[in-house]
Design a protein around this ligand. Structure first.
Ligand SMILES: *[C@@H]1O[C@H](CO)[C@@H](O)[C@H](O)[C@H]1NC(C)=O
Ligand SMILES: *[C@@H]1O[C@H](CO)[C@@H](O)[C@H](O)[C@H]1NC(C)=O
Ligand SMILES: *[C@@H]1O[C@H](CO)[C@@H](O)[C@H](O)[C@H]1NC(C)=O
Ligand SMILES: *[C@@H]1O[C@H](CO)[C@@H](O)[C@H](O)[C@H]1NC(C)=O
Ligand SMILES: *[C@@H]1O[C@H](CO)[C@@H](O)[C@H](O)[C@H]1NC(C)=O
Ligand SMILES: *[C@@H]1O[C@H](CO)[C@@H](O)[C@H](O)[C@H]1NC(C)=O
Ligand SMILES: *[C@@H]1O[C@H](CO)[C@@H](O)[C@H](O)[C@H]1NC(C)=O
Ligand SMILES: *[C@@H]1O[C@H](CO)[C@@H](O)[C@H](O)[C@H]1NC(C)=O
Ligand SMILES: *[C@@H]1O[C@H](CO)[C@@H](O)[C@H](O)[C@H]1NC(C)=O
Length: 888
């Protein structure tokens, strides 16, 4: 029947079929044609097929429905939406949405023959031709979204014919040339997004004059644009969001911006704007949520009246653009979350009202010449997360109110004139990660830092602090950067600091004395200890005298004492555990009858074969839930790998089967298959497919094996893809939770397969966690936040993956036990790359220089993955993408 229609050539025949066919035919009485009214029949199916003909569809997203033999109703074709309207009582196509389908080729204007099409959305594809001129025939279009394609060429002037357009989104393409004046004819526009393109030239101010309905304007990231900001923009009274960042805007902010009272977001950062903020700006912004004018060349005082809380305003503005007076009383800026003015030339008092806003999260004002103090009333800013005011002229004391803020995550105020003692509660925020108070005039002692378990980086350098280095610093589990240089600190360097994985430890130019703990000497530049004439130790100008050794041994014996009591406690636990096991064993009705074998794949094996195989090779693993793996050869000649887990006894066979089945159903080339399991009252044996070449750890340890770089990259990419599959594509989503090179197996082609994944599902969260916790101190694969955040996250897997990637890049093992500086790989790399020779010295010397660039790229990815702050790590998908790029 469809064939009959597409072959129909006369109106008569079309009408004849009208009520009998499934496809929709629409008749329009077109009165626009010059001479007489003609009936035009649109065969919507044919229009769609013509449109499809010019599209390349590599993943065949359209082919299942878009064909002339399709049995699916047109309105149910991929991406099509139909509706009725008063003018077209039939169901007709109103929307075509093919976003994100990997389509390329040409956008055929034939689509404009659909008379009721209002939405055309082709974003996130690979369309790679200019915008066709004849798209202007789609006169009923209200929403045109071509964002994130590879469209080039200019915007045709004819675009002005799309009079009904309300949303025009061309962002994220390579469109060039001037922004055409014709655009100004689209009076109904509410959203105009031309960001992330290659537009050039100057903006003609008349374009913007008619956009009285405009709510959102985005011209950001057009670096070739060199233009002043047209003052007409400031007259568009309905504007809520303006994005002009990272383009080539020059000149000053138009005075007319004072009139934009509905503004919610203004981002004009990273341009070349000069001059002052217009007088009166920001005095009437009820809805402002985010203001970013950073990275420009703006000068002058910042309007101090901005966000000054409740106020009564009675101002007269007489500028060219805004005439009139405002008399109003309101609470302003109550919605402001983000205020960024850094890297400009502002001077004068910092607007005081900002410190106490109820919603404020981010204040960045660094590298200006602001003066003023932080008021104690900052305690009212309960939501604040980051304050960065480095490199200004702030003064006064740090108020106690600051320490009361519970979500403060970063406080950096270096290079100012703060003075006085640091308040005891300065690091009380449980979120605090970065504290930089260097280059001020603080005095007194360093307070005990106890509450801030997430503290990663502290710099108090170049102040006048005195007293000892507090021991409590050594109890902060993720402290990585510690700079106390250029103060007046005295006493010993606490030996407990050796327990931290410090990548930076700088105490130079103080008055410290006594013996320096050995591991703080080896591996760190000597310059970090200089300027303390009374320090002694191996490799330092002064060797330690007997008295100093004695002092130290007192300290050491304290530590030893603590260790012994810990060991005793562990021993006690072990003894009672042993007792418990014996007790259990004696109760157990042992023998093969106590075993159950469940297979998910056809293996020729019985329970007794399996037990026998296991008994022959009795060394099925060490104690502990994650014992080793053993390989067993079945009678059939097949090999299997077996992993022994402790059965904590709390799991029923039914739930165990269900849980392991979840793992067994995974099908991915980079994930080892779970073939089945065998369990008894106290053990679970997971049966995995056998993989030829052992684990990546074996390969890294066998130093004589020299994997070329491209093979290492393939291993990294495969492992990342396996992980990405677990994180995102598999249902239910799984976390691996134990990514390490020992758990990446390599098949005969050295293709990686993840193993021992999601074992928390098998043994239960509790048993799993207690194992991990015992590994915590020894394993550098475990993300630091595991210390305070027990909830497992994808970011923890990414961290562990980053460590594996470092092993591949450096050719070193996770722990460098053989060498004397027994730091883990991560600390080793972090320390090395900071020194003058830079990252090159950590690359595996066994690999030729031609791979250097790619290896540096991989090193960079690995360092991002292993960021101490979880939120700085990329997702595993981003990792996959970056590795693919390195692969070329
Ligand atoms: C589209 O498909 C749904 C279910 O697949 C069906 O219920 C509906 O009737 C179809 N629509 C048309 C217009 O055929
Ligand atoms: C588009 O292509 C990418 C990479 O080639 C692929 O991962 C993705 O699944 C494709 N999307 C669709 C909808 O086919
Ligand atoms: C255009 O489409 C993309 C997704 O395909 C969407 O994120 C974006 O918000 C759309 N633009 C507008 C203005 O709606
Ligand atoms: C704005 O509208 C006026 C009046 O309708 C019209 O004359 C003018 O050409 C329009 N401006 C632009 C840039 O299209
Ligand atoms: C600002 O102007 C200078 C010189 O005029 C130019 O070198 C620089 O790239 C511009 N910066 C931006 C962000 O456009
Ligand atoms: C401090 O700010 C000034 C501008 O106010 C800038 O020139 C200088 O580079 C900044 N210094 C640092 C260390 O950021
Ligand atoms: C360091 O402390 C000593 C003794 O308390 C004092 O004399 C000296 O001025 C202090 N130095 C600095 C730079 O504060
Ligand atoms: C399995 O156990 C046997 C006997 O203890 C041992 O010889 C063999 O090396 C083990 N295999 C693996 C892969 O660990
Ligand atoms: C090492 O790098 C960190 C982070 O980039 C930085 O804070 C620290 O100052 C650097 N240390 C040295 C010695 O360069």
């Amino acid at each position: 029947m469809s064939m009959a229609i597409s072959n129909t050539t006369t109106t008569f025949n079309a009408l004849f079929f009208f009520f009998s066919v499934v496809n929709i035919l629409i008749i329009i009485i077109s009165s626009s044609s010059s001479s007489s009214a003609t009936a035009v029949v649109v065969d919507e199916q044919q229009v769609l097929l013509t449109f499809k003909a010019s599209i390349e569809d590599p993943t065949s997203s359209l082919s299942s429905t878009w064909s002339n033999t399709s049995h699916t109703h047109l309105c149910n074709w991929t991406g099509i939406t139909c509706s009725t309207s008063p003018t077209t009582p039939f169901l007709s196509i109103t929307s075509l949405n093919l976003q994100g389908l990997n389509l390329s080729g040409t956008i055929s204007p034939s689509i404009c023959q659909l008379p009721t099409l209002t939405h055309l959305i082709l974003s996130q594809n690979h369309f790679n031709h200019p915008i066709p001129l004849h798209l202007s025939q789609c006169t009923s279009l209200e929403r045109l979204n071509l964002s994130d394609n590879l469209i080039w060429g200019t915007i045709p002037d004819q675009i002005s014919l799309l009079k009904s357009l309300r949303v025009l989104d061309l962002s994220g393409n390579n469109i060039e040339g001037r922004i055409p004046d014709g655009l100004g004819g689209l009076k109904n526009l509410q959203v105009l997004d031309l960001g992330r393109n290659l537009f050039s030239g100057t903006l003609s101010s008349s374009v913007f004059g008619n956009f009285s309905e405009l709510l959102l304007l985005d011209l950001s990231e057009n670096p070739l644009l060199v233009s002043e900001i047209p003052s007409e923009i400031g007259k568009l009274g309905k504007l809520q969001q303006i994005f002009l960042q990272r383009s080539g805007f020059v000149g000053s902010i138009p005075d007319s911006f004072v009139g934009l009272v509905g503004l919610e977001v203004l981002d004009i950062s990273s341009n070349n704007l000069t001059g002052e903020i217009p007088r009166g700006f920001g005095l009437a912004l009820h809805n402002l949520a985010s203001l970013d004018v950073s990275q420009n060349k703006l000068i002058g005082p910042f309007p101090t009246g901005i966000c000054n809380g409740k106020q009564v305003i009675n101002l007269n503005f007489h500028s060219n653009f805004f005439n009139g007076s405002l008399t109003e009383s309101f609470e302003e800026c109550l919605k402001l979350e983000s205020f960024q003015v850094q890297n400009n030339g502002f001077h004068g008092d910092f607007p005081n009202g900002l410190w106490t806003l109820p919603k404020i999260k981010l204040i960045r004002a660094g590298s200006n010449r602001f003066s003023g103090e932080i008021p104690d009333s900052i305690r009212a800013a309960k939501q604040i997360e980051q304050i960065q005011i480095d490199n200004n002229s702030f003064t006064g004391r740090v108020p106690v109110g600051l320490g009361l803020l519970r979500s403060l995550y970063r406080f950096s105020a270096s290079l100012n004139s703060f003075y006085g003692e640091l308040p005891e509660n300065i690091c009380d925020s449980p979120a605090m990660s970065i504290l930089d108070l260097s280059h001020n005039s603080f005095s007194g002692r360093i307070p005990e830092f106890k509450q801030c378990r997430r503290l990663v980086s502290v710099s108090l350098a170049d102040n006048s602090l005195s007293g000892n280095i507090p021991n409590s610093l050594a109890e902060l589990p993720v402290l990585t950067y510690l700079d106390l240089s250029r103060n007046n600190l005295t006493g010993l360097i606490p030996p407990e600091l050796q327990n931290l994985k410090l990548a930076l430890f700088n105490v130079s130019f103080n008055r410290l004395s006594g013996e320096v703990p050995t591991s703080l000497i080896s591996g760190l530049p000597a310059s970090f200890l200089q300027g303390n004439p009374d320090l002694c130790g191996q490799g330092l100008p002064r060797t330690c005298s007997v008295v100093e050794n004695k002092q130290r041994s007192i300290q050491l014996s304290k530590t030893a004492c603590a260790l012994i009591s810990v060991a005793f406690a562990i021993g006690l636990v072990l003894v009672s555990f042993g007792f418990f096991s014996v007790y259990k064993w004696s109760k157990k009705k042992s023998g093969p009858g106590g075993w159950n074998l469940v297979l998910f794949y056809p293996l020729r094996i019985t329970e007794s074969d399996f037990i026998m195989g296991m008994n022959e090779k009795s060394d099925v693993g060490h104690e502990g839930i994650f014992g080793g793996v053993n390989v067993t050869r079945l009678r059939s000649g097949e090999f299997i790998a077996v992993k022994k887990l402790m059965n904590s006894g709390s799991l029923s066979i039914k739930s165990l089967k269900a849980d392991i089945k979840i793992l067994a159903k995974i099908r991915h080339k980079n994930i080892a298959k779970v073939l089945g399991f065998c369990y008894s009252e106290d053990s679970i044996f997971l049966i995995y497919e056998f993989v030829q070449n052992g684990s990546l750890q074996d390969v890294v340890r066998r130093l004589e094996v020299q994997l070329p770089w491209n093979m290492r990259l393939q291993i990294a990419l495969g492992a990342a893809q396996g992980l990405a599959y677990l994180h995102k594509d598999y249902v239910p989503r799984l976390l691996h939770r134990n990514v390490k090179s020992a758990n990446i197996l390599l098949d005969s082609d050295f293709a990686p397969k993840l193993t021992h994944f999601a074992l928390d599902r098998v043994v239960g969260e509790h048993a799993f966690e207690s194992t991990i916790a015992s590994e915590f101190n020894s394993s550098c694969y475990i993300a630091p936040e595991f210390g305070y955040n027990k909830k497992a996250t994808e970011q923890m897997d990414v961290y562990s993956f980053g460590v594996v990637l470092l092993e591949l890049v450096t050719g070193r093992q996770d722990q460098l036990l053989e060498s004397q500086d027994s730091v883990d790989i991560l600390t080793w790399v972090r320390r090395k790359i900071n020194t003058t020779n830079g990252p090159l010295q950590v690359l595996d010397p066994k690999i030729s220089g031609s791979s250097q660039e790619a290896m540096l790229g991989a090193l960079d990815i690995a360092l991002q993955c292993t960021s101490v702050l979880p939120e700085k790590r990329p997702t595993i998908f981003e990792v996959v993408r970056s590795l693919q790029i390195l692969e070329g």
